[in-house]
Ligand binder design. Sequence first.
Ligand SMILES: NC(=O)c1ccc[n+]([C@@H]2O[C@H](COP(=O)([O-])OP(=O)(O)OC[C@H]3O[C@@H](n4cnc5c(N)ncnc54)[C@H](O)[C@@H]3O)[C@@H](O)[C@H]2O)c1
Length: 348
Amino acid sequence: MKCAIVGCGVISRTHAAGFQQIPGAELAVCCDLIPERAQAVAQEYNIPAVTTDYKTILNDPEISAISVCTDHASHADIVCDALNAGKHVICEKVPGRTPEDLARMVATAKAHPELVASGIFQHRFAPGNIVLRDLIREHRFGKLLTVNLNFCCLRTDEYYQKDAWRGTVAGEGGGVLINQAIHFLDQLRFLFGDVKNVSARCANLTHQGVIETEDTAAFTAEFANGLFVTANATNSAFARWRSALTITGTEVQIEFINEKLSFLDGKDPENTADIRNRLEAVDHDGKIIGKNYYGTGHTAQLADFIAAITEKRAPEVPLADAANSAALVHAVYAAGLSGKWEPVTNYL
Ligand SMILES: NC(=O)c1ccc[n+]([C@@H]2O[C@H](COP(=O)([O-])OP(=O)(O)OC[C@H]3O[C@@H](n4cnc5c(N)ncnc54)[C@H](O)[C@@H]3O)[C@@H](O)[C@H]2O)c1
């Protein structure tokens, strides 16, 4: 199956290396507005053709699938154009920079049920997350009482000044929540389902004069299943990338740091030992392509995308599902501005 990458910046290399490992997938062309970027990726990954105009890819009947690796503002146009041109498409997060972009992308995907449309949330393919989700589905923690998510990383002024789109409302659509913490907002949805309402505060604490968007945020979410989740996120910390999830149930308390078990206590020794065994048996050492905090999931998700096309089935992360996680981010922004509880749009 001939595939294309649109956008040849930082993340494109993780996609290119991922596609190379998938039997039956062949990267035929890559595209960037900046020709040198497309040429560099083509050279590094042996991709035979380059272009600066993604529409030439859409007009090529040989290309079946497109991976969208551009910055946030262009995702909606490229995804919708690709679907309308009959191409299967997988789009990097965030699926929509604005609620309007999201609605347009989901409507276009729904209008093309014959095509596979997927959104990248590669942490759903992290083995630890999958086992944790299974344990939750098996009600192994008892009745779920509280969940807390704490995320931190460091994004310096230099990081933001490197590319014009970063840290702008028009280019990025937000700050720490829409770019870095979104993986763990998606993890919350992966584990606990959809969110109904949020209340929030967002602030720019250390990047004033550099970015228009938030570098720090805190919110409370009411999930559709009645669960209350509190979350906070900052990219101003003098700290490595760290996501910490604490789940307290009537039977078990568990803490997950960077998708690995870090604390476990439970009422029933047998249940607790079994949970520990299953989480400790997880293989965390798969092949990481790109930065280590991207995890091992990109190749697995790209393989699922290609398999979904071949098997004519839905992908593990349909675009509308990814859109729900972006909608959560947009609801947090709305709540931060209004000071009120805001509803979260659910597209599924
Ligand atoms: N899943 C992850 O862990 C992960 C990690 C990093 C980035 N990302 C996402 O990947 C996307 C890209 O991020 P990045 O860091 O690689 O950005 P980047 O700025 O390094 O690269 C984006 C590239 O897209 C190109 N581009 C923009 N509009 C285009 C168009 N219309 N046609 C062709 N090329 C176009 C730009 O010239 C640029 O080279 C973002 O959505 C980001 O959030 C995801």
